[in-house]
Design a protein around this ligand. Structure first.
Ligand code: DGT
Ligand code: MG
Ligand code: MG
Length: 349
């Protein structure tokens, strides 16, 4: 039988590969599938009777009781899974995530899997998902902390009709029951590869994701304040916010509920950046040394000597992979961290 495999081998000809363009940045964006199903309304309100219709509706889809508008456990878990991906795949220079998504950026010079799109995307997403599932119990063993935005602001706004799990033993119990992952509701992620030809395109891509984080978070924060503190229905809050600008939402939060949006946690407002940490350059020194749009690149990996390749791999392996909640839109971010674009590991911190 073994000798006759050639009879079947023609089937290989049906396989098609997409090779990503050489010398372009490869971004793999992963996104949670159906994550709205993990959200709970029940753990947010001390007055479930008033919100009964909402509550009943939510029970249908809610499973793990993510806290609205942000569940720090869920975000920390996403970040830990992303850190693991950077530890495993040293060609990734930086990643950025918020909500249920993460973008992983491979250096232009990367030759991993001969730049085959399907191999790269599937390796990233399965590595991320495996870590997410493995680490889940570490982040969801405890009920959500009560320091979520509505709880923190419940005094300032003079209103008391909101959260928290702490004040609602029933919700606490429900939350514990839901800590274990159920086979019927295992979190999964999809993935796609995109290649960007210039440093400028790459920076704009990441800026776009961070701007999206800001817009969504401001909207969600205001929306849930109107619903949970202001007693509006979902539809009423949605209508109310139609056509409003960022400044209007900031004003609504402040004047109605005493919430200063600027004081919200950075992780909620800016999302999370995961990168290898080296010694940062002073902005002035950095500006002299690097023009971010034409930053010199490493030669293609296969053009480097084996020794040089090994040296780079080891330096990347040794570096700490850290999580930061900072502005990545401004040039400063890139100028202080030239290794992100050049691919040359910096000096250790
Ligand atoms: P998809 O991606 O098309 O399969 O559908 P979804 O449901 O994953 O929707 P998507 O990715 O557009 O939006 C992310 C959902 O995840 C959104 O409904 C809010 C939810 N989510 C993510 N992180 C948190 C969190 O920390 N707290 C809460 N309450 N919800 C979150
Ligand atoms: Mg999703
Ligand atoms: Mg999403």
């Amino acid at each position: 039988m073994a000798d006759e495999t050639w009879i079947f081998e023609y089937v290989r000809q049906f396989e098609r590969e997409e090779y990503l363009l050489p010398n372009t940045w490869i971004v793999v964006r992963i996104d949670g599938r159906g994550f709205h199903k993990y959200v709970s309304f029940t753990n947010l309100c001390k007055n479930p009777i008033r919100l009964a219709p909402l509550w009943l509706q939510a029970r249908i889809s809610n499973h793990y009781g993510f806290v609205k508008p942000n569940d720090i456990r869920a975000l920390d878990l996403m970040n830990a899974a992303a850190q693991h991906v950077l530890h495993v795949l040293h060609d990734i220079m930086i990643s950025y995530g918020h909500s249920d998504e993460y973008s992983f950026v491979f250096h232009k010079s990367c030759t991993l899997f001969e730049r085959r799109s399907a191999k790269i995307a599937s390796t990233v997403v399965s590595t991320f998902t495996a870590a997410y599932i493995h680490l889940w119990p570490r982040y969801f063993a405890e009920p959500a902390p009560t320091g979520t935005f509505l709880a923190r602001h419940s005094n300032g706004g003079g209103s008391t009709n909101v959260i928290a799990i702490e004040g609602n033993p029933q919700s606490q119990e429900t939350s514990r029951e839901k800590a274990d992952l159920a086979i019927s509701h295992l979190p999964t992620f999809d993935a796609r590869c995109i290649s960007y030809p210039s440093n400028h395109n790459l920076k704009d891509y990441l800026s776009w994701r961070q701007a999206d984080c800001h817009i969504n978070n401001l909207y969600n924060t205001t929306f849930w304040a109107l619903v949970l503190k202001g007693g509006m229905s979902n539809t009423e809050a949605e209508e109310f916010l139609k056509g409003t600008l960022s400044s209007d939402k900031n004003e609504i939060l402040w004047s109605r509920y005493g919430i200063n949006y600027n004081n919200e946690k950075e992780i909620f407002k800016k999302g999370s950046v995961v990168l290898r940490e080296y010694k940062m350059l002073e902005p002035t020194e950095a500006a002299r040394r690097i023009d971010i749009d034409v930053a010199s690149d490493l030669p293609k990996e296969d053009e480097l000597s084996k020794t040089k390749r090994e040296k780079i791999r080891k330096a990347r392996q040794k570096a700490d992979v850290v999580v930061r909640h900072i502005d990545i839109i401004k040039d400063d971010f890139w100028q202080q961290r030239p290794w992100l674009l050049t691919g040359q590991p910096g000096s250790s911190v």
